[in-house]
Ligand binder design. Structure first.
Ligand code: AMP
Length: 212
């Protein structure tokens, strides 16, 4: 199985697809999850990060690179990168790191979704600290018991940055940064486009085919 780097706008489903692949033996590396974990520690760094994330802006490259580097340095299985890289500079930093660690057997998957669909998903999104994700209004994705995770029984939460204002900043930031990122991976013959508005089982099948 090849490793995978997801590049996608917010709420395109990278978290959902990542947790499905995880069960096949992948290590899921989500910079958003690692940053939220740092916030939950209420450290000085956590407070600084919390303000940035709440506004929908990007955390500095050196903070996220360090988190990713720690995970990749001693890896013994294929990885899923979810949420990194998000800028062209992060692409270059990651490329250097993957070359250094000789982790070059990967593909890049672009999950494509229009703003209105992503916004609709984000505004009803419910997440669990175990990584599972549900939706308040989409019947096929509602939890069996309101507000409770089907998988582990913990309480579900709405992310602070899933409000309309922060979401639009996140989406615009994504669009501002994405072209040189796609160009880089296209040139390296790594880039695959997947329609993220399809049924999520169909998306998983397409992804598995790409990673065979
Ligand atoms: P996510 O869970 O991937 O939607 O990320 C949530 C938030 O964490 C983003 O809106 C950013 O503020 C921050 N973040 C996550 N990954 C990165 C990254 N690679 N570079 C900078 N900020 C990031």
């Amino acid at each position: 199985m090849k490793s995978v780097i997801f590049i996608a706008p917010p709420a395109a489903g990278k978290g959902t697809q990542s947790s499905r692949l995880e069960s096949l033996g992948y290590l899921h590396i989500s910079t958003g999850d690692m940053l939220r974990e740092e916030i939950s520690k209420k450290s000085e760094l956590g407070l600084e990060i919390e303000n940035i994330i709440a506004k929908g802006e990007l955390v500095s490259d050196d903070i996220v690179l360090k988190l990713v580097q720690n995970k990749l340095e001693n890896i013994d299985k294929p990885f899923i990168l979810d949420g990194f890289p998000r800028t062209y500079n992060q692409v270059l930093l990651l490329d250097e790191l993957l070359n250094k660690l000789n982790l070059l057997d990967y593909e890049v998957i672009y999950l494509d979704i229009p703003l209105d669909e992503a916004l609709k998903r984000a505004l009803g999104r419910l997440t669990c600290s175990c990584g599972a994700s549900f939706h308040k209004y989409i019947p096929s994705q509602m939890p069996k018991v309101e507000g409770i995770c089907d998988k582990c029984g913990k309480e579900l939460i709405s992310r602070d940055d899933d409000n309309e204002e922060a979401f639009k900043v996140r989406f615009a930031t994504f669009l501002n940064n994405i072209e040189p990122i796609k160009e880089f991976y296209q040139k390296n013959n790594k880039l695959h486009n997947v329609d993220a508005t399809l049924d999520s089982d169909k998306i998983t099948e397409e992804i598995k085919d790409i990673l065979k």
